[in-house]
Design a protein around this ligand. Structure first.
Ligand code: HEC
Ligand code: HEC
Ligand code: HEC
Length: 426
């Protein structure tokens, strides 16, 4: 190598290093000094109000790994860029937020910046929490600071470069973070305003229901539907259109109880959301439902709806491999005369968005994974990943789509199933 190019290379390397150093310095916020002592335990009314905020914000869902201790973190969140682990938000002084002041906690939620100044990944939905009211932030803080401290360092993230280099998040924040203040009249709001606050801010519903662009930012306009962990999160702006239109009352039932008469159960990544909402006051869920109804786009004129159940000829005769499989594996619960169908206004498969949707992802995932039983719920479906192969799942899909829901068959169900199996194992 000639001397000139060597010097040139060294100069480029020096400039690059200086630029990275500058970027690092520019993006790193000042640390906030640790608290000397934990805050005094709050009165019971404050604790109860804090529990409500934390339930509406779903904090436990992401900050708890499998059967691990609540809020101790360690859950791996899969993103197209790699896996990010949630951190410990119990009040453990070393590995949790035990020495965080309220200011440090507020800055994390409003700006996505940790106490020591490093930028946080947007898998933590601070772009929504940034608009939390000051009061709600304080309530969440005081509640979390009374949880059982657990010593649990977060596992190292598995991210590809350059995303493993946190300062690049400063650019992402320039694009997607609109830091909020306490501008929400949380208490005096009308139900629709309160609902909007709960959906857009604490509930961060858009992080699944809007879909992400190539930069990992939420698509706009919001709520047009997205993908999460191999499931479709349906559009939330077309709930009152389609073959099985939702009413406000249906939404309240579904969001609080995980089962809507006339539609179906909450499954996959939606299930923990409804489990948390089951524990908040009914008025909050009514506000969410009122807001959702207010954002519906006018339903398009559509042809006369298909009858809810219209078995195709082959089905009446119980012919075809799909019909036989259904009779053997599914009809014990899902046939119209099955005992399960007489408990709690069971909808029947023909009105489920997992069956009516334009692609088979949610049907396939429901059959593969089933619906885990949760105490207090009357919904349980066993997983069939080990008993049915991809071909059989495709045959069942063909039968349920055409025979039960009277809809055209989906394409490529076996391939969807094979892919979902692989992804579910990761
Ligand atoms: C969708 C998943 C998700 C939800 C819901 C969520 N978090 Fe997190 N949170 C994360 C992840 C992932 C991180 C770690 C980000 C990182 O390391 O860059 C994190 C980090 C944090 C941190 C920073 C901790 C530290 O040591 O730097 C705080 C504080 C926090 N979350 C509080 C909350 C609160 C309060 C709620 C509920 C209002 C909440 N989180 C809900 C995923 C989530
Ligand atoms: C032990 C009972 C049981 C068996 C067996 C069963 N399911 Fe289910 N399934 C349920 C329950 C419970 C739900 C939730 C809906 C409800 O409660 O009505 C559900 C929901 C579904 C849904 C989604 C509907 C919705 O809620 O949106 C599909 C699709 C489905 N089942 C397909 C099947 C297929 C295909 C089979 C056979 C391979 C099968 N199920 C076997 C109990 C069962
Ligand atoms: C972690 C991702 C995630 C979050 C957060 C989330 N959802 Fe969902 N949601 C889903 C998925 C996936 C489905 C489809 C699964 C199913 O039908 O059970 C779904 C289904 C639904 C449905 C049923 C739609 C239909 O057509 O069947 C409604 C309504 C809904 N979500 C509302 C909400 C609201 C309101 C919030 C915020 C409070 C929310 N979701 C937050 C993932 C999510």
């Amino acid at each position: 190598m000639q001397l000139r190019t060597l010097f040139g290379g060294a100069a480029v390397a020096a400039i690059a290093a200086a630029a990275l150093g500058g970027l690092y310095a520019w993006t790193r916020a000042a640390p906030i000094a640790p608290a000397d002592a934990p805050p005094a335990p709050p009165p019971p009314a404050v604790l109860a109000a804090g529990a409500r905020v934390v339930a509406l914000g779903d904090c436990m869902v992401c900050h708890t790994a499998g059967d691990g201790p609540a809020y101790a973190g360690g859950l791996g969140l899969r993103t197209p860029f790699g896996t990010i682990y949630s951190t410990n938000i119990t009040p453990d002084p070393e590995t949790g937020i035990g020495r965080w002041t309220l200011d440090a906690f507020r800055r994390a939620l409003r700006e996505g910046t940790s106490r020591d100044g490093h930028l946080l990944y947007p898998a933590f939905p601070y772009i929504h929490y940034t608009r939390m009211s000051d009061n709600d932030i304080e309530l969440a803080y005081r509640y979390l600071m009374t949880r059982t401290p657990v010593h649990a360092p977060a596992p190292a993230n598995e991210l590809m470069f350059p995303l493993s280099f946190r300062p690049v998040l400063a650019f992402w924040n320039m694009l997607y973070l609109r830091p909020g203040g306490s501008d929400i009249p949380a208490r005096q709001a009308t139900p629709i305003e309160r609902g909007r606050y709960l959906v857009d801010t604490l509930g961060h519903c858009a992080s699944c229901h809007s879909g992400l662009n190539l930069m990992g930012g939420e698509r706009s306009p919001a709520f047009q539907g997205g993908r999460i962990d191999g499931w479709n999160a349906p559009a939330l702006t077309r709930l009152t259109a389609g073959d099985a239109p939702w009413t406000q009352a249906d939404l309240v039932e579904y969001l609080r109880g995980g089962l809507a008469p006339g539609h179906g159960a909450a499954k996959g990544p939606m299930r923990p959301v409804t489990e948390r909402l089951a524990g908040v006051p009914r008025e909050d869920v009514e506000a969410i439902a009122a807001y959702l109804i207010s954002i519906q786009v006018a339903p398009q004129a559509k042809p006369a709806p298909a009858p809810a159940t219209r078995p195709a000829a082959a089905v009446v005769a119980g012919e075809g491999p799909g019909a036989q499989l259904f009779a053997a594996a599914c009809a014990g619960c899902h046939a119209a005369q099955a005992p399960m169908m007489r408990i709690a206004d069971r909808p029947g498969l023909a009105r489920s968005s997992a069956v009516l949707g334009s692609d088979p992802a949610n049907f396939v995932q429901t059959v593969l994974q089933g619906i885990p039983w949760e105490s207090g719920s009357n919904v349980y479906m066993p997983p069939f990943a080990d008993t049915l192969d991809d071909q059989q799942i495709a045959q069942l899909a063909a039968y349920v789509r055409t025979g039960i829901a009277a809809k055209p068959a989906w394409n490529d169900v076996a391939a969807t199933s094979a892919k979902a199996r692989k992804e579910n194992q990761q």
